[in-house]
Design a protein around this ligand. Structure first.
Ligand SMILES: [Zn+2]
Length: 335
């Protein structure tokens, strides 16, 4: 869940004006095809390719999406929400898990919030965070909305990432997987701006980690949100850190998946913002065009039939490859 910004629409409007003017239809089409796909940013020294990755199991991740969705809507303070918390805990049984629980004061009352952090140690001094929210939109709590893509897909992705990290020696940075809570707005967008009543869980973690010194050790913060769409087009997000976006694109290119990345510019307000504000390098992996004109987003049509195991595999593999590249970049670019 997130906010598309006017920049994207302004871009589309300009393009539409070009078409409307009809001065040169062919060159207009060429502009569409040749939209800049790569982040503009300082030249980075990428480490050499270091061989094949462990296979990310997109089918198994898809099975996790189905299991999460089967509980039904999972808004804050609901019985289903608790069931999903228990489900995540059960999947992470035996892993080093830290719970971060607190009460959020929101415009519609006080709510229990529960972040789940699984910590997979590495040999290098530093942490790479991969995060996903798992709650569903509160204003939609009395509908059949289950957020298969929005909250479901990325939470399942992290479960499969845990399978890939568990029990394997890691000579890179520690990887912390974060299932954060209360990302969604508590009131409809029409009643209150998103940023004024959302991101409760991840903001609490950012504050806590700033206070206890953890924040300084975070080398990169990767956020996954709405990454299961069968028609996968990850946006290039201008709120994210340019050099880390470039690493993501490099990772995608090494895997032959670059055509699913950065065909479109966007500016996204999402769980990474509290970390961006605190100077942490962040990249939000989000496809905020879910169905034509994002038509399935925050509707009961956000269901598993719109998703594909291949999209989960693409994003999961790119996350793993991004981690591997960051592990070997010395020194990391300034923030
Ligand atoms: Zn959402």
């Amino acid at each position: 869940m997130s906010r598309a910004k006017w920049l994207r629409w302004a871009g589309l409007a300009c393009l539409w004006m070009l078409v409307a003017c009809n001065q040169d239809k062919e060159s207009t089409q060429e502009k569409v095809r040749s939209a800049p796909p790569v982040a503009h940013d300082p030249v980075l020294n990428f480490p050499a390719d270091s061989g094949p990755l462990p296979a990310f199991d997109g089918e198994r991740a898809m099975q996790y999406v189905k299991e999460i969705v089967k509980f039904g809507p999972r808004p804050l303070a609901s019985a289903n929400h608790k069931k999903v918390e228990d489900y995540l805990d059960a999947r992470l049984k035996g892993d080093p898990v830290e719970d971060d629980t607190f009460t959020a004061e929101t415009p519609v009352g006080k709510f229990p919030v529960h972040n789940i952090v699984a910590k997979f140690p590495g040999a290098k001094d530093g942490i790479i965070v991969v995060a996903s929210h798992y709650d569903t939109n509160y204003p939609l709590r009395d509908t059949s909305y289950v957020g298969a893509n929005d909250g479901g897909s990325s939470s399942a992705l992290l479960l499969e990432l845990a399978n890939q990290l568990r029990g394997k020696p890691n000579d890179g940075y520690s990887v912390w997987l974060v299932w954060d809570d209360a990302e969604e707005a508590m009131k409809p967008d029409t009643e209150m701006p998103f940023m004024d009543n959302s991101l409760y869980g991840i903001t609490h973690l950012a504050e806590k980690w700033q206070a206890d010194g953890t924040l300084k050790k975070i080398k990169a913060f990767l956020l996954a949100d709405m990454i299961g769409d069968a028609d996968l087009n990850i946006d290039r997000d201008s709120n994210s850190t340019p050099w880390l976006e470039s690493v993501v694109y490099e990772a995608a290119t090494r895997l032959g998946y670059q055509s699913h990345f950065f065909g479109r510019d966007n500016q996204v307000s999402d769980d990474h913002v509290p970390f961006v504000k605190r100077g942490v390098a962040c990249a939000d992996l989000i496809d905020f065009d879910y169905g034509y004109n994002n038509v399935f987003w925050h509707t009961p049509q956000d269901t598993v039939d719109k998703l594909s195991p291949k999209s989960l595999e693409i994003v999961g593999s790119v996350v793993l490859e991004t981690i591997r590249i960051v592990d070997k970049m010395e020194p990391l670019p300034p923030k």
